[in-house]
Ligand binder design. Structure first.
Ligand code: NAD
Length: 244
């Protein structure tokens, strides 16, 4: 099924994890795909690679312009680049709050701002933001990270309302714990990574972590014409953690 034949997509944070799996899936399904990442050195054909820091407006504007020129237009933006943060409100100083918000929230705003003029010219325009179960789950030790993802959720709803009459759909996915290099780094930092992984898996209702490919599948659905009447939604991909 080539749901994306003729469509052009940009994936931020597309060099690793969820973004990489999404870029590869969209390309497999027929899209022309450009990746925007801090370090796109591992990204190769058929994906186009552009280096940019979503915390730097000039670099985002330059990379989006280059990507759109390379793709010949833009139909799909996957706003996925993000970073983690641990701790309660007592643990992170103000500058850390500003730094993580600047990447996780304002980074999506900057990228959307650069992409919207191009999306308006598309006959099938979709934005998918990578949010998190942290937006609504009340996770311990994740005050800053959760606040950024709560903001991404609200941003998704606001953008959906602002752009629906322009034919631009905006949705988000809320992954649970996904087996990506990010989670690998967290586990590696534990005293006993194997035991920590086993404990993490045991906490999952599904009995295992979510895969990046499973999140990519949900993003692809929200980006594809198959979800053509869906906007302003959050799709959980969390192995059943929501509602527990
Ligand atoms: P990852 O670390 O494997 O990949 C993140 C990618 O984003 C990397 O390639 C990195 O270089 C890029 N990136 C980071 N900061 C950037 C910046 N300032 N500018 C441009 N690119 C930047 O992480 P992942 O697990 O695939 O996470 C991707 C998204 O999924 C994030 O928004 C994260 O919050 C969200 N998420 C992840 C999980 C999880 O369990 N892994 C769960 C819920 C949500």
């Amino acid at each position: 099924m080539n749901d994306f034949e003729g469509l052009r997509a940009l994936v931020t944070g597309g060099a690793s994890g969820i973004g990489r799996a999404t870029a590869e899936l969209l390309a497999e399904r027929g899209a022309a795909v450009a990746v925007l990442d801090l370090d796109p050195s591992s990204v190769g054909e058929p994906l186009l690679a552009h280096r940019a820091d979503v915390a730097d407006d000039a670099s985002v504007r330059a990379a989006v312009a280059a990507a759109v020129a390379g793709l010949g237009g833009l139909d799909v933006l996957v706003n996925n680049a993000g970073i983690g943060a641990r701790g309660t409100v007592e643990d992170n100083p103000d500058d850390e709050w500003h730094r993580v918000f600047d990447v996780n929230v304002v980074g999506m705003v900057r990228t959307a701002r650069a992409c919207l003029p191009h999306l308006r010219a598309s006959r099938h325009a979709a934005v998918v933001n990578t949010c998190s179960i942290a937006a609504t789950a009340g996770l311990p030790q994740r005050a800053l990270y959760s606040a950024t993802k709560g903001a991404v959720h609200a941003l998704t709803l606001a953008m959906a309302a602002d752009h629906v009459r322009e034919g631009i759909r905006v949705n988000c996915v809320n992954p649970g714990t996904v087996d990506t290099p990010w989670v690998g780094r967290l586990l590696d930092a534990a005293a006993d990574p194997a035991a920590e992984r086993a404990a993490l898996q045991a906490r999952q209702p599904l009995g295992r972590l979510v895969t990046a490919a499973e999140v990519a599948g949900a993003i692809a659905y929200l980006a594809s014409p198959l979800s053509g009447a869906t906007t302003g939604t959050a799709l959980a991909v969390d192995g059943g953690m929501q509602g527990l």
